[in-house]
Design a protein around this ligand. Structure first.
Ligand SMILES: [Ca+2]
Ligand SMILES: [Ca+2]
Length: 227
């Protein structure tokens, strides 16, 4: 019995691999479709400001969807498995909802676990993604001729931090990234490119996590600084 179930799953996986590459087994018409890898789109994501969010992947489940529910319909399906498979083989950007078993990577085990739920061999739902939380206690201090920016690591999430991104605004102008990828153990940034004269500086910081996750921005207060 167990062996035959395994054989059925292996057969389904084989079909899915084909579907993932061909892109023709997609069931239903949800308006998202099978976008080409790297395509960008407009996603509505609750109260999340799109301008502050990472680029949406081709398949963007609603906020609050269960792990593996790639189309956000509340149920496990072969369509969900195809979407996970496309991320697995590199056709689509990898996304946290596809990490069905929550081990931090998208593997064939995620596809198999999802398919087992489709045929009733696994209990559904498996769980929900860990939150991509923001940093805490973002502070700026004048340490002439530099400005020191410090923060605390995000709390209450098991997601692995990949890097921190720091951006700066001077006198209310546009935001520019001053440090794109600070290492995951870094909890400060020294801004050595302050401008001469007196200006108002503000910083914002976001956390980049594994599997294309990023926190919302955390904004510092404004600092009037003279160099
Ligand atoms: Ca689904
Ligand atoms: Ca996984």
């Amino acid at each position: 019995m167990r062996l035959s179930s395994s054989l059925v799953l292996i057969a389904i996986v084989s079909v899915l691999v084909t579907c993932a590459f061909v892109g023709g087994c997609h069931s239903g018409d949800d308006g998202v479709g099978v976008a080409s890898a790297g395509a960008t789109g407009v996603a509505s994501a609750g109260s999340v400001d799109v301008a502050d969010s990472p680029p949406p992947p081709p398949y963007f489940p609603p906020v609050g969807a269960a792990l593996g529910d790639m189309d956000g319909d509340g149920h496990p399906s072969v369509d969900d498995a195809i979407r996970v498979m496309r991320m697995l083989v590199g056709l689509d950007q990898q996304y946290i909802y596809a990490d069905v078993d929550g081990d931090g990577a998208i593997t064939v085990a995620d596809v198999i676990k999802l398919l087992r739920a489709v045929v009733g061999l696994e209990q559904w739902p498996f769980g929900y993604p860990e939150p991509a939380n923001q940093v805490s206690n973002l502070q700026v201090q004048a340490q002439s001729p530099n400005i020191l920016v410090t923060w605390g690591a995000p709390a209450d999430t098991e997601l692995t931090v990949v890097s921190y991104e720091v951006a700066r605004q001077v006198d209310g102008g546009g935001w520019s990234i001053v440090a794109a990828e600070l290492g995951p153990t870094t909890l400060q940034y020294r801004d050595t490119s302050t401008q001469s004269g007196t200006h108002d500086y503000q910083y914002r910081l976001r956390v980049k996590y594994i599997l294309s996750q990023a926190s919302l921005y955390t904004y510092s207060g404004s600092l009037r600084f003279t160099r």
